[in-house]
Design a protein around this ligand. Sequence first.
Ligand code: TNX
Length: 535
Amino acid sequence: MLCQTPFQWRRFVGLLLIMTIISTSFASTPGSAAKPDSPNPQACLANLIPKPESVVPGNGAFCLTPETKIFICPENLELKGIGNFLAERLYPATGLKPAVVPISASAPIPEGNIYLAMAEEDSTLGEEGYRLKITAKQVTLNACRPAGIFHGVQTLRQLLPPTVELATLQPGPWNLAAVTITDRPRFAWRGAMLDLARHFFDAGEVKRYIDRLAYYKLNRLHLHLTDDQGWRIAIQSWPNLALHGGSTAVGGDRGGYFTAEAYKDIVSYAQSRYITVVPEIDMPGHTNAALASYPELNKNGVAPPLYTGIKVGFSTLAFNKEVTYKFLDDVIGELAALTPGPYLHIGGDEALTVSKEDYTRFIERVQEITQTHGKQAVGWEEVAAAKLLPTTVVQPWKDEKMARAAAAKGAKVILSPANKLYLDMKYTPKTGLGQNWSGYIEVKESYDWDPANLVGGVAEQAILGVEAPLWTETIRTYADVEYMVFPRIIGCAEIGWSSKDGRNWTEYARRLASHGPRLTAMEVNFYRSPQISWE
Ligand code: TNX
């Protein structure tokens, strides 16, 4: 007999009651019968970062099943690549690997599937916009250009529970709330800069970084490849740059450099995530690694020792020697040939030992060299002192006067305000890593500003976008990179993408809180700011 005494019987009934209450309360969460912690798919609609232009909820939800396929139209390599990207992201946690199947525009799409389609006629979506329509029967993602489809796929990922980002099989269910999202970016340039010169990070780490940036729809990766402490790209015609100049790092830490092949591989990995790599060769200052590698680049013809400290502004190429321009032509030529993107960053910052006249003449000449090799020059704000080519882009970081000068000359600017977007600044005085020369930058301070109101005289039309640099004097490991970058870069991504209407710090903080489990699932080492009530 199961229940022999009245006492045991009462216990059994009690247990049954508790089990019934638990099971009915789980079952009452729509679409998630099993997991109490899997979020309501509707909630994901309100938590997207960057915030989309328009989100109109529908009725019901679409459920990913083993039968779900990804149809692409038209059939081409780029769409197939994006379809495969989505299928591969879904597989580890869901165990589903939807087949990617081409379909003609006129064919009816069977129910229960995902449909990625180029709708070129909808030109209002521009280069990167998309429209995502989810019904209980179908997911349709349209864009004019593949980049838009790719960004829409990132939105789709954020509409699934955070567990979808885990590396091991999860129970699901994998529901997507019905919705119509129309979305496009405010600014064309949404960048991150990684300083590989002060400390070197290998190709695997850079690729991991690229994946994290793509998830938040950033589209530029500026690689600071050279500085006083290291030269990180092999140049065939000047091999000592990498071999000698790349051999160390700040504090005598491990050096390193990318071969041309490794660099090309990073660039094409970024391309497959719709991120353009912008390589930087800093000059005429920040060049000790080059000066140490080739004596002829020095004014006095003597190579200085390698430098592993963190002072800035002391080094300069010999701007009056012709060999310097031969050197720059070779370096820029080789790098331009390895770089499919239209930009090449020429640095230009903190050349503190150079007269204004010599400096502007130098920058004017380097702009020409860059143009000869088919690239558009980007330079730090100091270059605004020179005569600028119409295509040159200026990156203000500190001095409002320089930002205004650039805009007055008709140049487009990329805003990297050091007191908002410098990711090497400490969050608080207690942050163990980083510097504080432009202040402490908590998550709110980094997010709560608007590009069009930053500098009087620099209006929205002059602004190409925003970029958050990570200087790595104090950043020695990739885990440290992520700690300084996340979550601040997510705010930069939103400032660059989303219109300022309908968003503010309070509601952003709530959305960001819901990304805690996503970042955790992606194994991102992020700073758990006390300003955020992390979920
Ligand atoms: C200024 S910002 C620099 C870098 C340093 C950084 C440290 C800029 C164009 N130059 O060389 O690494 O400060 O925060």
